[in-house]
Write a protein that binds this ligand. Structure first.
Ligand code: ATP
Ligand code: MG
Length: 763
């Protein structure tokens, strides 16, 4: 018998893997690419490989860096590895890119001109700062919206283009404006000792590029780097990985190729990545499928392993997923198979509106539970967050316990953000955004003009906003009332700061903040139901802080660590598994997860695929999103749609999604009245606006839609057209009476045109 406990564990570890999986787990040094479809065990292979590296002494816990896409996935990875190892994973870096970067930056912030206490700005903080920059630069926010500029900047950061590089390459006037805002935005962030999410990644890349000794340190301490969901990494993340495993590599793969022999002598190159190009759904955040497709040219000696057996889903579900995805032009051919049997057919149901759809979904869930399913085996996916409301209403009415991942996120609620802003300002006296957020919340009679005066005074005499506010009488232009109010506010903040410096726990500090600033008192005075629920949310936050305190280690800079964690809590973190809740989430959040029963609602044209994504690249990404949804299901898959749906307050009429029609008829169970069309959708119509609903009732309209729309115009949804004076556009909707809605690329606006009369033709 085997006596060495390690050998025994090792054998166990390798037993429940198939041949190619085992090959991946036991692969020695050097780059490794596992390219495989959904549910084939990629994540499982990573977990096993980590355990294998530890058992075979190829790595110590602290020498492993494993990157996942969401905090939830990181937690799951930690659980899996702990189970395999039989002990805690302490010391191991099993984190998201952002969390890993935040951790690295906390140790080296000074090198980038920040202090360790830097604040992490989320999307809305960043947006607010952009607005401020636009005002500063006298740019009309109606002409150049803060959102568009913010997206453009974020996109540049994800593509590793910093201010200088961006400015050098500007083409259009819009880009020129963005370049200007980008520069100011970065200066302001730096001045406020703050970074946005994208900066965390970019900051680490800069750190590793500029300071060889830091790079060497991390490159040698992380002997093995593993990345899950590699298809969704962006250029900046890719660069960071390169720097860690291959310190001498150049960002430009062309020059790199010429230096391959050189490179092999440099870093350890122990990079194992797993991914599926068919599941790439984040190109809007700058992810580049190219990273996975190019892996082999970047690492020509990479071992490539393909996994083809799916262990998650029935053959029916897999065949449906396979047929849908083959409609995408791009992509690597993969055929998944499963030996879990055919299982049930996919249930397809159509309803008059989203309420009927929700009643069906919840009714079906109740029945499944009666038959012995547990709530946590069931998930409902939808395309956009707002679609959860109809479902939630019904779930609440029927008293089915559920949770929503994403949507109204706990940490994005106003009162929670206020409380966090108080703590941020206590930790970082330069944090202008937080100061601006809370100085008059609750109301203290401090108007925006007074606050702006304090802020600009601080920047003109180069002191922190805290110091400027602390001497209000020196701020030019402040009235006596404002001076008094500010004085009172800063006295309170000063007391809290002392408490903070005295080493009080985060929970106690937060309680003191909420009490002494009058925040809770002001809410209670409102005496409304809403205010009460805000107070409850704040209590929940205190609870979260206390939990954090209980876990934190002595001597840590606890407040900073707490704030860092809070800033990084992503959507999927609200998920709890043990208390039996039906889970609702967007398709984007569903990545990497699996459930025995899956409902995908809203399988309609313009919803899924989304109306904003009907150009060709967008359409393929929508198809991959649908593919991700379908492949989450283990045993039962339901697809449903509503012929009429309220979208932003108006009713829209939808046709069945083309993706549903790409599933072979024989895999679908649909009642008689649902007519299944062969092949892809050819004639589509999308009626929007109120006119149609007064003319025909819901179900008549459903029939009418197909017939009349086809007769009136032969334009098709999503078709590229050209207008003699307005230029290129795309058809985003077809309306009764031969009206087509065209979005023109010139200005991104939609216009309704009479198809027969307008000078529009196909491109
Ligand atoms: P996705 O692409 O959706 O992220 P994946 O490739 O990461 O999927 P996993 O989540 O690792 O797949 O595995 C899917 C399911 O199959 C899991 O429940 C996993 O435990 C199971 N599984 C994978 N390989 C095996 C195996 N060799 N034996 C038994 N079960 C397996
Ligand atoms: Mg996975």
């Amino acid at each position: 018998m085997l006596s060495n406990p390690h050998t025994e564990h090792l054998q166990e570890l390798l037993e429940d893997l198939n041949e190619p999986q085992r090959e991946a787990v036991t692969h020695g040094d050097g780059p490794l690419l596992i390219l495989a479809g959904a549910g084939s065990g990629k994540t499982r292979v990573l977990a096993h490989r980590i355990a294998y590296l530890i058992y075979t002494d190829q790595a110590q816990a602290g020498e492993i860096l494993a990157i996942t896409f969401t905090n939830k996935a990181a937690q799951e990875m930690r659980d899996r590895v702990e189970k395999l190892l039989g002990h805690r994973t302490s010391g191991m870096w099993l984190l998201t890119f952002h969390a890993a970067c935040a951790r690295i930056l906390r140790s080296h912030a000074e090198r980038l001109g920040y202090t360790r206490q830097f604040t992490i700005y989320d999307q809305s903080d960043g947006r607010r700062l952009i607005k401020h920059c636009l005002a500063e630069l006298d740019i009309d926010p109606k002409r150049f919206t803060p959102a568009a500029i913010h997206n453009q900047i974020s996109d540049a950061k994800n593509r590793l283009r910093q201010v200088e590089a961006y400015r050098e390459a500007v083409g259009s006037y819009f880009e020129q404006v963005v370049g200007e805002v980008y520069g100011l935005y970065q200066r302001e962030l730096q001045r406020m000792n703050a970074m946005d999410f994208d900066d965390l990644l970019l900051g680490v890349v800069n750190l590793l590029e500029m300071f060889p000794e830091v790079r060497e340190r991390y490159a040698s301490s992380f002997r093995h780097v593993l990345v899950d969901e590699y298809q969704d990494t962006n250029r900046t993340q890719y660069r960071m990985l390169q720097l860690l495993v291959d310190p001498r590599s150049s960002p430009d793969s062309e020059t790199k190729r010429d230096r391959i022999s050189d490179l092999q002598a440099s870093g350890h190159r122990n990079l194992a990545v797993v991914g599926d190009d068919s599941q790439s759904i984040y190109s809007f955040r700058g992810a580049e499928v190219r990273n996975i497709l190019d892996f082999q040219s970047d690492f020509p000696d990479a071992r490539v392993i393909k996994l083809e057996q799916n262990y998650r889903s029935t053959q029916t579900i897999l065949s449906a997923a396979n047929s849908v995805i083959t409609n995408n032009r791009a992509g690597m051919a993969k055929q998944l198979w499963s030996d879990l049997g055919d299982g049930d057919l996919i249930k397809l149901r159509e309803f008059d509106d989203e309420h009927a759809e929700a009643r069906f979904v919840v009714g079906e869930i109740e029945q499944l539970i009666d038959e012995g399913a547990s709530r946590d085996e069931i998930a409902i996916f939808y395309r956009t967050n707002a679609m959860s409301r109809a479902l939630e209403d019904t779930l609440v009415r029927r008293e089915v316990a559920y949770q929503v991942i994403g949507g109204a996120k706990f940490y994005e609620r106003a009162e929670i953000k206020d409380a966090i802003a108080y703590l941020s300002l206590l930790a970082n006296p330069q944090d202008v955004v937080s100061f601006n957020r809370i100085a008059n919340s609750p109301r203290r009679g401090l108007g925006q003009t007074s606050l702006s005066r304090v802020i600009s005074h601080a920047s003109s005499i180069e002191v922190s906003v805290w110091d400027a506010a602390d001497q209000p009488e020196r701020v030019p232009g402040l009235g006596t009332a404002a001076i008094k109010a500010l004085r009172r506010f800063m006295d309170t903040m000063g007391e809290l700061r002392e408490l903070c410096e005295g080493g009080v726990s985060v929970g106690d500090l937060l309680e003191a903040v909420l009490a002494q600033t009058g925040y809770v008192e002001a809410l209670e005075a409102e005496r409304t139901f809403e205010a009460q629920s805000r107070v409850e949310n704040l209590q929940e936050l205190v609870e979260a802080a206390r939990n954090f305190d209980a876990k934190s280690e002595d001597g840590e800079d606890t407040l900073d660590v707490f704030l860092g964690q809070v800033a990084l809590v992503a959507d999927t973190d609200g998920r709890r598994d043990d208390d039996g809740l039906v889970t609702l989430m967007t398709l984007h959040n569903a990545k990497g997860l699996e459930y025995p029963v899956v409902f995908i609602v809203g399988c309609e044209e313009m919803v899924l695929p989304h109306s904003r994504a009907l150009d060709e690249g967008g359409l393929e990404e929508e198809r991959r999103l649908f593919y991700v949804g379908v492949t989450r299901a283990m045993r039962h898959l339901y697809l449903s749609l509503a012929r009429m749906r309220a979208v932003f307050g108006s009713r829209t009429y939808g046709l069945r999604s083309r993706f549903v029609d790409e599933i072979p008829r024989e895999l679908i169970d649909a009642p008689e009245r649902v007519e299944i069309r062969a092949g892809a959708l050819r004639v589509g119509a999308h009626f929007s606006g109120g006119e149609a609903s007064s003319a025909v009732s819901g179900s008549d309209l459903w029939n009418a839609t197909r017939i009349t729309a086809a007769g009136v115009t032969d334009f098709q949804l999503g078709e590229d057209v050209v207008h003699t004076s307005l230029g290129d556009g795309v058809i985003t909707a077809l309306e009764p009476g031969g009206i087509i809605v065209v979005r023109f690329s010139k200005d991104g606006r939609e216009r309704k045109l009479v198809a027969e009369l307008a000078p529009v033709s196909r491109r």
